[in-house]
Design a protein around this ligand. Sequence first.
Ligand code: NAD
Ligand code: DAU
Length: 337
Amino acid sequence: MQRDGRDVRRILVTGGAGFIGSNFIRHVHEHHPHIELVNLDMLTYAGNLENLEGVAGRYAFVQGDIRNPQDAARAMAGVDVVVNFAAETHVDRSIHDPGDFILTDVYGVYVLLEAMKGCGVRLFIHVSTDEVYGSTAAGRFDEESPLNPSSPYSASKAGGDRLAYSYFVTYGLPVLIARPANNYGPYQYPEKLIPFFITRALQDQPLPLYGDGGNRRDWLFVEDTVRGLLALMERGEPGQAYNLGAGQERSNLEVTRAILTLLGKPESLVQRVADRKGHDFRYALEWGKMRALGWEPRVEFDAGLRRTVEWYRRNEAWWRKLIAKKDYLGHLKKNYE
Ligand code: NAD
Ligand code: DAU
C-alpha cells in the first residue's frame, strides 16, 4: 500500500476494538503484510479484544483514551496514517446521557489533532457519519450539503468532523473526512438494530421496533466500508469529505422481516414500542466522489444480511458474553427485561 509514491508502513487505528475498527484491523492484517498496526482503544462497553482474536505480529494494542494527550502522543509516534474510529456511537445512549459523546466525539478529536502537530503523520482519516447531514424525506446528500445533525450523537460527530476540517485549513494538517452510511456485519455490538434483533430473535424474545417501523436507513456492509477507507488512504485528498453510501435503502420494518425470515421466526415477535425521541426519518447519500476514486459498494443487502445472520448464529458464545454483562443496553435494559 502506497501513498504519494511512498509505502504506508505503520497505521494507528483508534477504537480498533469496536465494530468497524476491528474489521479494519483484521482486513489490513490479513491483506497488507508489510503494514504494522497500532490500536489505541480505552475499551468502553463497546470495545472488545475478542473481536481481534488471532491478530498477532505486526500489531500492538495500547489501552488508552483519545482524550488523554499522553496516550494520543505515545500511540502516534512513528505512524504514517491515523484512522480515527474511536467514538461513542449509539444514538439511544446519546439521548439519555450526551456528556461522553461531546467529550469523546468532539474533545477527543481535538486531542488527537493536537497530537498530530509536528509528528510526521502523513494522513489523518477521520471517520464521521452520514448522520451529520440530518434527515431527509427525499433526495440524497452530497458532500456540499449543509450539515444539520439532530441527535446529541450526530451533533457531536458534526463537531468532530468540522474540527478535523479546521485543522486542515488552519494548520495545513493532512486531514480528510469519511462519512459512511449505516454499517452492519460481523462483530457489531448487539445494541444496534441488526445485531440486536438477530440475537433477540435467536432467543425468541420480542423485537422492539420504534414507531411504525417506517424509518429508513441505507445499509453498508462493513467490508465495503473497510475497502472505502483503504481507497481513501491511497488516493483521498486532504481537506475533502467523502460520502460512503450503499444504495441499499430499507425501512426498519423491511429489515426486521428479512431477519425473521432468515431465522425462520414468526412475525409475532415484532413489538411496536414508543418512538425514539427526535428519530431521524431517513439518511441517503450520493457517493460520486468515492466512485471517482475507484470505490463502489459491492455487497447487496440480502447477501450481506444472510452472512451477518450466519455469523451471529455461529458465534453465539461471542454475543452471549456481551449480553450477560451488567452494563449491556445501559438505561434501556429495564425496558426489555
Ligand atoms: P463501536 O461503538 O463499535 O466502537 C467504538 C470503539 O471506540 C470501542 O472499541 C470503544 O472502546 C472505543 N472508544 C470509545 N471512546 C474512546 C476513547 N475516548 N478513547 C479510545 N477509545 C475509545 O463503533 P463503530 O460502530 O465501530 O463505529 C466506529 C466509527 O465509525 C465511529 O466514529 C462512528 O461514529 C462511525 N460510524 C459508524 C457507523 C455504524 O453504522 N456503526 C456508521 C457511520 C459512521
Ligand atoms: O447512519 C450511521 C449511523 O448508524 C452511525 O453513525 C451510528 O453510530 C450507528 O449507531 C447508526 O445509527 P442509527 O440510529 O441509524 O442506528 P440504530 O441501529 O440505533 O437504529 C437503526 C434504526 O432502527 C433507527 O431508525 C432506529 C431503529 N431501531 C433501533 C433499535 C436499536 C428500532 O426500531 N429499535 C431498536 O431497538
